[in-house]
Design a protein around this ligand. Structure first.
Ligand SMILES: [Mn+2]
Length: 472
């Protein structure tokens, strides 16, 4: 670059209304580039607050001009009085019309201020108040952590019990709890009364190397501590096993249930994920969130809130931001995009060679494949030009399994799938993704055959009528 570049630090001129606010600013601590000025009030002593100089000549354009504001300098007006702020904005508009203005007032609202092209308002006390409240929230979390550690510190073996067929939120929450307790899996295993079934949840535990042990209720006898994460005891049957009716702790976000005892109970029904609660615990306790647990928690929050969609609180947003900064994108990719087996890719290739996008529907019939191939093919199918819906169908064991994706602004995928499987299978899902399972035998009984061509024809007919039929 040619020419002389003049380096100058932009200054901030702080103009305080009276000594009290000036002293408050002084206590918070002035920044290096801040020039502190104050306008003494009629009724107070003229004792100069430390570090401040009086605005010579009072609140007028001339006095502002004497500060010699340059391009890039900014102003803050600190006052609780409308007349002061209005006079100050007017004086600034005259003396330094281009200077940005930050009005710091807890009492004077935007609507009481004159027009200004570059002005923001916030309250000095409100800012401090919000930080104080946030710190008390951290302290509340720390209190939970201290209580959990005190209660469980001396135990030999603690069961971290998740719901049957554990989901990512429960797995992440349980894993984070173990880290918080400073334990490893031999003395604090994640346990469940039912296997992990969904392929994406298996992909999570495989990618992260987290073990979830399937146990029988009687196996709880070998533990001298039980903590439930993302679940409450009465979920485990009616009546539930006696051993789970009196536990050490329950950390959950589902609606609060009664009929059990827990020494520590932290149930936050306003939260979209238990992983958000555990994120707050780790933060409050000053435990470093490493990539593995950060990725687990991120995936837990993401999957329970459907990527911060419905049922998301600001606490979930905050927690998500925290774990996002800590997660490993490579690990997350391994969970969300598990490696496809070669035969799955070949089945995809064959299906792709035969497929067309018809009326916005891209249907891929894969034949016999590993189950986790199906949702990934559905994801890829949606990328075809003109596709508003992608359906991947494959045979897994004795079932016809299909995954459905859509672009999001069309009919809800879950509804469409429920309509299609009605009476012959099971299915459901959300707005933009869904899954259906129809036993091959039931399909054959209803449609005569279950070969690829028949599956293709029947599914295409069913989807086009389900999608078009009720879209009006
Ligand atoms: Mn959950």
């Amino acid at each position: 670059m040619a020419g002389r570049i003049e380096e100058r630090l932009a200054r901030r001129f702080i103009i305080c209304d009276g000594a009290e606010l000036a002293r408050l600013w002084g206590r918070i601590g002035a920044g290096e580039t801040e020039e502190l000025t104050w306008v003494p009030r009629e009724d107070e002593s003229r004792a100069r607050p430390p570090g401040f100089r009086a605005l010579a000549g009072g609140l007028c354009a001339e006095a502002i001009g004497k500060l010699d504001p340059k391009d890039g300098d900014e102003f803050a007006l600190v006052s609780e009085e409308g007349p002061f702020v209005r006079a100050a904005v007017a004086a600034l508009s005259e003396a330094a019309p281009a200077a940005p203005v930050l009005v710091m007032s807890d009492r004077v609202g935007d609507d009481e201020l004159p027009e200004h092209p570059c002005l923001r308002t916030t309250g000095l006390r409100t800012l401090i108040r919000d930080d104080v409240d946030a710190e008390f929230a951290h302290l509340g979390n720390l209190r939970r952590v201290v209580a959990l550690r005190e209660l469980l510190g001396g135990r030999e073996k603690i069961a971290i019990l998740l719901q049957p067929d554990p989901d990512p939120d429960g797995i992440a929450g349980g894993y984070a709890l173990r880290i918080l307790l400073g334990r490893k899996s031999p003395t604090a295993p994640l346990v469940s009364f039912g296997d992990i079934k969904r392929p994406e949840n298996l992909a999570m535990v495989n990618a992260l190397g987290i073990e979830v042990r399937t146990i029988e209720p009687d196996d709880l006898d070998e533990f001298d501590g039980i903590v439930l994460v993302d679940v409450q005891p009465t979920v485990f049957g009616d009546p539930p096993p006696a051993r789970v009716l009196s536990v050490d702790a329950v950390i959950d976000h589902h609606p609060e249930r009664s009929g059990y005892d827990a020494v520590i109970r932290d149930i936050r029904t306003g939260y979209g994920a238990t992983a958000s609660i555990l994120t707050e615990y780790l933060q409050a306790a000053g435990v470093e969130i490493r990539a593995k647990v950060g990725t687990a928690l991120l995936y837990g929050i993401k999957s329970d809130t459907q990527l911060l969609g419905r049922d998301t609180s600001s606490a979930d947003m905050q927690a998500f931001a925290t774990v996002h900064a800590a997660h490993s994108p490579a690990l997350l990719r391994r969970i969300e995009r598990p490696a496809l087996p070669q035969d799955g890719l070949r089945a995809f290739g064959r299906a792709l060679a035969k497929s067309h996008v018809e009326e916005g529907i891209h249907l891929l019939v894969l034949g016999r494949v590993r189950e986790d191939v199906i949702p990934q093919v559905a994801d890829m199918g949606l990328q075809a030009e003109g596709a508003e819906w992608a359906i991947a169908a494959g045979t897994v064991g004795s079932d016809l399994v299909f995954s459905v994706r859509n672009v999001g602004y069309v009919r809800a995928a879950g509804e469409v799938v429920r309509g299609i499987v009605e009476g012959i299978g099971v299915g459901g899902g959300h707005r933009s993704m869904a899954k259906g399972i129809i036993p091959v035998a039931a399909f054959r009984e209803r449609y005569g055959k279950a070969d690829a061509a028949t599956v293709h024809r029947i599914l295409l007919e069913a989807f086009s009528s389900a999608i078009q039929g009720e879209s009006s």
